[in-house]
Structures are given as structure tokens and as C-alpha cells.
Ligand binder design. Sequence first.
Ligand code: CU
Length: 203
Amino acid sequence: MNTKLLASIAIFALLAGVISTSAMQSAYAADYGTSDKAADAKKLADKKAADAKKLADKKAADAKKLADKKAADAKKLADKKAADAKKLADKKAADAKKDSGTGKATGKASSDAVTVEMEKGTATNTECGDKCFVPNNVQVKVGGTVTWKNADTAAHTATDSNGAFDSGMVMAKGSFKHKFDTAGTYNYLCIVHPWMKGTVTAS
Ligand SMILES: [Cu+2]
């Protein structure tokens, strides 16, 4: 063997070693580098998916909270309306009871039975105006009755201006009842004290 050949072999071997090492390194790098990128991409995708889910969950939770609040508000409003309606109905019932109980009917609503009082002092008080017959103006249903009660010490009458009814003399603590079978407006007065005037409307 000569020296030149030995040197050539040595150089070849060295080169081969260098080339194979670098080839392995690049293969390694390519392999693991790609794998790292894929892992990173997966991680990123997972994070995005997790974030998206979190956001969707939050939106759903917010929407539910809002819907619950709306439902609660609607219920509260409905409850309040129902309570108000009940209160109003109770008040009306109480007023109606009060009216029928005392005979001091307001005359605002048409009813089957209305009571009118001939007030105290009306025989002498020519200024009693709409406080002679109380209430002064009453509404009654057709077929309903109006009862006049004399709360005064003097005798009075309830006499229709057109002759539809006439109580005659109603003594102190006495009363007179008339049934209204025909719709209409009836103006009446006390023939003893003609300043005492009242109206019955039957409808
Ligand atoms: Cu009178």
C-alpha cells in the first residue's frame, strides 16, 4: 500500500462519516421538527376549541340568566297585575257592601236595589239641594226597586213629576218602595217641600 492510497481511503471514510452524520441530523430534525409543529398546531387548535367552548358556554349562561330574569320580571309583573286587580275587585266589593249596608248608595253603578234617604232637617232647610234625597241621583236596573227611607222627623213624599209613582206621606222612620219596570229617567220631588228633588234612572 502506498501512502496516497491510504490517505485517499482515510479522507473518503472521514467524508462518509461527516455526510452520514449530517444526513441523520437533518432526518432527525425533519422528523422531530414536523412532529413539534403538528403538536403545536394541535395544542393551538385545542386551545381555540376550548376558548370557543368557554365563550359559547358563557354566552349560553348569559342568555339563560337573561331569559330567567325576563321570566322573573314577567312573573313579577303578572303577579302585581293580579294583585292590583284583586285589590280593585276587593275594594269594589267592599264599597258595594258598604253601600248596601248603610243605604248610602253612591248611585254610580246600576243595581237591583237602591236605597235613598230623606235627610234630617229637609222640611225646614230649603237649601238642602242635592242633600235632600241622598243619594240625589240613583241608577237602578229595569225591574229593580228603589226604597226611600225617611230619616227625618217630618213626613215627606217621593212623587214623580210625571205621575209614574207617588209615595204619599212617608212618616218619620217610615219607608216607600217602588219597582221600576220601564227604562227611563224619573225626576221626583217631595210635594210637601218642593225644594226636595231627586232623580232615578232605570236602565
Ligand atoms: Cu218633604
